[in-house]
Design a protein. Structure first.
Length: 502
């Protein structure tokens, strides 16, 4: 019987974040290690629309022993500590060293540790050192830094094609299915890859719209037509100040490197031709909020993308809420804001209690020259919850989520949600556990960039982006990059098209 190793290790590292990523941020298991693995991992992930769920389904019924040494993911934040990385990577490499016929991995592609700018590439290098010939399938996030180590040590690589990421399950199915075909001798995967000196703005990255739509559509069509086995375009993650940052393409052909190279070059050419369209023109925060005052009916979704924990934000910057109140907006549902201290105070006070306290502003952000500014609030506690819920929307469907102990404070013009764990609102289910119907309120103020759209846009009368302060700001004029490749467009407008790849 064959022995397959299936593992997940995912973190999107914002190198500007002041919050180091420790092992505890990855913990979701009930055992003493805190790390999900083995039968518990299979039980929790089975039936979910996630990469691990996709792998489990495609491997179901296959005549092989399935070993799951690790399924770990953490909300984006700062560099992963070396101790944490070594613990998690060691679980995976130990499983491979014990003997394996193939490896199926769900990785992010933008994990940065204290010692490794390319944590995924380093993991693959270690696996390949154990067994130079072992087949390896890798499912990746749309936001990554492509490197020679990552591409050179994998057999099959494919990535998310959506943003919001609603195809994570299908991505793993493509990666796993292609590797199973290779194991059966049906195909011969050959990788072609390339990275442009192009830093796209994440607000302009979604394949739902131009400029990315045509590029991604061409990749999908090439795969559907049988030109190649898989084709992936990656928008990149501009909040990782590392040499591998940039828009990239990876193509897996069936024994035909020339065909893969040709499609890779075509996709990179398309991206470079429209590079100016990936630049985002930022509107001042006050002007964005002022637009909301003129909308007659709600809900109006105000998404603060400068402090989005889904890209490494600390999630406690109160500036946008303060400006909303200053401009006279009311009937607001704001949050969740991550402030464990404030959440504990509200929960201890209990429902019905009137409380005055400081919320948010607990974290300084020296990489952006920002100091935390708490907001003094007085209101009535209207709800408390353990913060646990299950996703029913199209992104990560079926996953159990945990905001931690959470409370709602009614301050008059706003219901302010204060939680213990940072979590981007890519679904509306968290409102349910707090007794809030989002459709009954005029303003929904959330911290998100794109992931909210899959569920919030259908209920919104209008969606307005707000460039609040925080470590997720992509106004490159105020970001001090030290380690990215230079020249880099658009910081260097005369950047020549020089592709790094194979």
């Amino acid at each position: 019987m064959q022995r397959f190793v299936l593992a997940g290790l995912s973190h999107e590292t914002n190198t500007f974040s002041p919050q180091p990523t420790t092992l505890g941020r990855f913990g979701r298991s009930d055992d003493e290690s805190g790390l999900l693995h083995g039968p518990e991992a299979i039980a929790r992930m089975a039936g979910t629309r996630t990469p691990i769920g996709g792998y489990l389904d495609i491997l179901d019924g296959h005549d092989a022993e399935l070993v799951v040494p690790l399924v770990a993911s953490a909300v984006p934040s700062g560099r992963v500590t070396d101790e944490s990385y070594e613990t998690m990577a060691g679980r995976i490499t130990d499983a491979v060293a014990a003997g394996a016929d193939a490896v199926f991995l769900s990785l992010h592609g933008a994990m940065v540790t204290d010692s490794h700018d390319d944590a995924e590439g380093e993991l693959l290098r270690r696996i390949r050192a154990i067994d130079p010939d072992i087949p390896i399938a890798v499912a990746l996030d749309f936001h990554l830094g492509m490197s020679p180590e990552l591409c050179g040590n994998a057999t099959v690589v494919t990535g998310f094609r959506t943003y919001p990421h609603i195809d994570t399950y299908e991505t793993a199915q493509r990666a796993g299915g292609t590797l199973l075909r290779a194991l059966a001798g049906e195909v011969e995967p050959v990788i072609s890859w390339g990275v442009l000196p192009l830093m796209t703005n994440m607000l302009n990255q979604t394949p739902l719209h131009q400029p990315m739509k045509d590029i991604m559509d061409r990749a999908i069509a090439a795969e559907a037509d049988g030109e190649v086995l898989t084709a992936s375009v990656f928008g990149g993650f501009p909040l990782s100040d590392i040499p591998h940052t940039g828009l990239s393409v990876i193509v897996v052909s069936d024994g035909d490197k020339a065909a893969g190279d040709a499609l890779r070059d075509e996709l990179l050419d398309l991206a470079w031709e429209r590079r100016a369209d990936f630049i985002h023109d930022f509107e001042p925060m006050t002007a964005s909020i002022a637009r909301a005052t003129s909308v007659s009916a709600g809900p109006v979704v105000l998404h603060d993308h400068g402090d989005n924990c889904g890209a490494g934000g600390v999630t406690d910057v109160m500036a946008v809420l303060a400006q909303c109140l200053e401009q006279g907006l009311d009937d607001i549902v704001a949050g969740p804001y991550c402030d464990p201290e404030a959440a504990a105070i509200l929960i201890d006070a209990g429902v019905g209690a009137t409380v005055t306290l400081e919320v948010g502003g607990k974290v300084d952000m020296p990489a952006r020259g920002l100091t935390g500014q708490p907001m003094s609030l007085t209101g009535t506690v209207t709800a408390v919850s353990d913060g646990r819920y299950k996703v029913t929307g199209p992104m990560m469907t079926g996953m159990a989520m945990n905001l931690g102990p959470t409370a709602v404070l009614d301050i008059g013009p706003a219901l302010v949600i204060v939680c213990t764990n940072p979590l981007e609102p890519f679904d509306v289910d968290f409102y349910d556990v707090l007794g809030i119907d989002p459709t009954e309120h005029r303003i929904l103020l959330i911290k998100s960039r794109q992931h909210f759209r899959a569920v919030f846009e259908p209920i919104a009368q209008e969606v307005i982006g707000v460039a609040g302060p925080g470590v997720c700001s992509e106004d490159y004029s105020v970001v001090e990059f030290e380690h990215i490749r230079r020249p880099m467009y658009p910081m260097d407008l005369d950047t020549p098209k020089t592709v790094i790849g194979n």
